[in-house]
Design a protein. Structure first.
Length: 170
């Protein structure tokens, strides 16, 4: 059996903008469908079929993404959508208090998740780092670490925290 896991980011009205940005960083193709195109799911824990209710093209959420996917040539897959009825931009959970603190010589985070981006070379990682850092916040500079040629952490302009790693030489 083969299983893949793809990060799925939930936004408040700017999923298309985020996917376009990630496409500028990683390349590849963006596939997207709006709520006007596919409707909004009517969730049911007991239904035997997924049912989608049409969304009028003049509705506020009509052009928001019901489904989006970036498929890059290097194998990266990133899914995103806009939470129906949510606006204001950014990640869906961004209203909660998250923090990054440095106390007692350590770094502590309260975010629910990070995206780990491993690369084979520092040059490759550095190029991606520079693009993702634009408008973002560097938490830990991309630098050599005891266990790897480089490690770094940043939060991009959409509020997604990325951890970078470089595979140690064999």
């Amino acid at each position: 059996m083969s299983i893949t896991a793809t990060a799925h980011l939930n936004f408040r009205g700017n999923a298309r903008e985020a996917l376009t940005f990630y496409q500028s960083v990683f390349g590849g193709q963006v596939m997207a469908a709006t709520y006007a195109q596919v409707g909004v799911p009517r969730d049911s824990a007991t239904s035997e079929r997924a049912v989608f209710t049409p969304v009028d093209s003049s509705a506020p959420d009509a052009e928001h993404l019901a489904f989006g996917m970036l498929a890059a040539d290097n194998g990266l897959r990133l899914a995103a959508y806009d939470v129906f009825g949510a606006g204001g931009g950014g990640l869906a959970g961004a209203g909660r208090e998250y923090s990054v603190t440095r106390a007692g010589g350590g770094l502590t985070h309260t975010e629910s998740s990070f995206l780990l981006l491993n690369s084979d070379t520092l040059a490759e990682a550095g190029e991606l780092w520079e693009k993702l850092a634009v408008g973002g916040t560097v938490i830990q500079a991309l630098a050599p670490a005891d266990w790897a040629p480089a490690y770094g952490m940043l939060t991009d302009r959409f509020g997604v925290t990325w951890i970078f790693g470089i595979a140690p030489a064999s």
